[in-house]
Structure formats: C-alpha cells, structure tokens
Design a protein around this ligand. Structure first.
Ligand code: FES
Length: 358
C-alpha cells in the first residue's frame, strides 16, 4: 500500500532476502562454471563464454521453478509465507539473470557478423515446421518478453494503475512463460545434449511444480467442500466459535459454501468480522494479525480498520464487513456481507478472568 511512488519498498527483511538471492545466484554461477571446467576436459572442453551462458540459462530456469513453487508451498504450509511476501523481488532477479543469458547468447552466436545481432537471430533460422531444427531461440525471446513485462509492472504503482484484476491477469502469464521456457530447452539445448542429466532435471522440475499446484488445489477444494452452507434467511446469525478459541489480535477463518472467506478478529475486548480477501492481491487477511489497531495483510502489509474494513488515511482500499454479536462466550456471525467499507459496531466482551471457567 503506497500513496506515492518509491522505486523499491526496501525494509530490513527485504534487504536480507535480496542479499541471499544475489549470493545464491553468484554461488550457483561459480559452482556451475567450476564443475564445467572440471568435467569437460580436452578435447571436449567448453569455452568460458559457453559455460557462462549455460550457467546463466540454467540458473534462470531454477529461479523460475522456485518462483512458481512458492505460491503452492505457502498454501500448503504457512512457514513458507515469508518467501511469498518477497516473491516479486525474486521475479525481477529471475528476469535479470534470464536477460543476461539472452545477451550472452546473442553476442556469442550472432554478435560477430555485420548484421544486427537481433535481426540475425530472427532471420537466420525460419524452420518453423521442423521439430529438430526449430528456431527455439524465438521461444526464449518470447519468454523473456513476458518476464520483462512482469518485472516492469511488479511495483505497486502498476498494480494501482492497471487495476488488481488486469495486473493479476498479466502476471498469470508466468505460466505461459514457463511453457515457453520448457519448449525453448526441449527444442534447443536438449536436441544436442547427450547427457541424460538435463532432461531428467527438467522433467523433475515439471513434475515438482505440477504436483505442488495439484496438492495446493486439492487442499483448497477440500476446505471449501467441507465448509458448511450458509443459512438461507437474510438475518440469521451462525455460531462460529468461542471467544477463547481466537488468540488476541488474531482471526478465525470462516469458510461457507459459495461465499467469500470471512476473517473474524478478536482484539482489545472486541470482535469484528471482515472479508478475508485483501484488496491488493487477494491475500488471506484471516492469516494476518492486528498491528497498531489495523488488520495487517500477511502478504504485503496492506492495512484495514477492523470496524469499517477501510484502509487508514491516506489509503482508500475497502473490503466487505459483517455483523457479529456475542452470546455468552460464543461469537455469532451474520454471513451476509455489507457493502465495502460499511462501519459496523464491534461486538464487545468481558475478558475471561484468570482461573475462571470459560
Ligand atoms: Fe498484498 Fe494483501 S497486501 S495481498
């Protein structure tokens, strides 16, 4: 959530994250090149230029696999959430490594003629109907264009200006990018590669990414199908849980069939309910907590006032609110959403006395 443009919203955590990513990339490149020199001996040795462009290409592919795995991993296990908060930085780093691979390849294979290297790339091979001689470089170029678009629009500035729906659709192109990268490798490097290692690693990567997405999808489907149906009346409250079931400044996630998820927060002797879907990128507000009096999204920190579902000024985001009441120590919720940003009086309760029965 930002009211004005700043290039990068760095905080201490993001700086550590970026330092780890940069060190990981440097370590990967150094290891790949060193192993390449040791394994490929004369007369089959590879030049430093070829080793570098291969190291950059494989590094970008590994990073793309990590980017694609973070989302489902975070849905399967909350401990991966910190990786999700910083995923856009990893996406930009992936683009930079992939672009370095592209430039290195362009200079190596198209940089020594008197034709513009890009023109040479686009015009030198037009065997689009051949499987073995397909101009696979074009596939890599298209994947790079998608990575560039995603990196260039990764800032919240673009999220606000493109609208969350358009931004999300654009960033879903990462799956098209992944398919292009797989074909780029399968129709390119793997055509001349004799070693079984590359195809096996690529196959394992595809299986890993596919399995994680299927597992996370199955988990979400199970949660939704087990969810109770909301009451049919317009004014019916449903029993959610006891006040004592919710930790202070945390929420109970309420899933009802066919409805959006609802976050019921307990704080300072009060209970409020809002949509669990963050306006930013749909992050799970029920997994966040109340910081400085505001519900704080666990993904990127957007904040909302629990009693109105509105972001504190100067921000303008709004989410649905819900009516809640307390009977005894049970929390009752009206599952019919009120318009976004509608103020609702929080339900109040007496804190349990030490040693008293709940
Ligand atoms: Fe980004 Fe909520 S702050 S999804």
């Amino acid at each position: 959530m930002s009211a004005s443009y700043t290039w990068v919203g760095w905080n201490r955590q993001k700086k550590i994250y970026d330092a780890v990513v940069a060190s990981g990339v440097a370590l990967y490149l150094a290891t790949f090149i060193t192993l390449g020199r040791l394994l490929f001996r004369p007369p089959h040795e590879l030049s430093d230029e070829i080793l570098l462009l291969r190291a950059l290409g494989t590094c970008a592919i590994v990073m793309l696999h990590i980017v694609l795995s973070i989302g489902p991993l975070a849905r399967l296990d909350r401990r991966f959430l910190p990786l999700l908060y910083n995923r856009r930085h990893l996406g930009v780093a992936t683009f930079l490594v992939a672009a370095s691979h592209a430039v290195a390849s362009l200079l190596q294979y198209h940089g020594f003629g008197n034709v513009n290297p890009l023109v040479s790339l686009l015009a030198s091979n037009t065997n689009y109907l051949s499987l073995t001689a397909f101009p696979f470089e074009i596939l890599g170029l298209l994947a790079l264009v998608i990575l560039f678009l995603m990196a260039a629009t990764s800032h919240d500035f673009w999220l606000r200006n493109l609208s969350p729906r358009a931004w999300k659709s654009l960033h879903m192109l990462v799956y098209a990018c992944y398919a292009l990268v797989v074909m780029h490798v399968a129709l390119g490097a793997l055509q001349s590669e004799r070693s079984i290692v590359y195809p096996v690693l690529l196959g394992a990567g595809i299986v890993l990414v596919g399995s994680l997405h299927l597992m996370a999808g199955a988990l979400e489907t199970t949660r939704d199908t087990r969810a109770p149906a909301p009451p049919t009346g317009t004014n019916e409250f449903i029993d959610i849980c006891s006040i004592d079931d919710i930790p202070e400044k945390r929420a109970r996630n309420v899933c009802l069939k066919g409805r959006e998820r609802i976050a019921v927060f307990k704080y300072d002797g009060q209970v409020s309910a809002v949509s669990s879907v963050c306006e930013h990128q749909g992050g799970p507000l029920a997994e966040g907590k109340i910081i400085d009096g505001c519900i704080t999204c666990p993904w990127h920190g957007y904040q909302y006032l629990p009693a109105s579902g509105r972001s504190p000024p100067p921000f303008t985001e709004k989410i649905n609110t819900y009516r809640v009441t307390i009977r005894g120590r049970r929390i009752l919720l009206d599952p019919n959403p009120l318009p976004k940003g509608t103020p609702v009086e929080p339900a109040r309760f007496q804190p349990a006395l030490e040693g008293a029965r709940p």
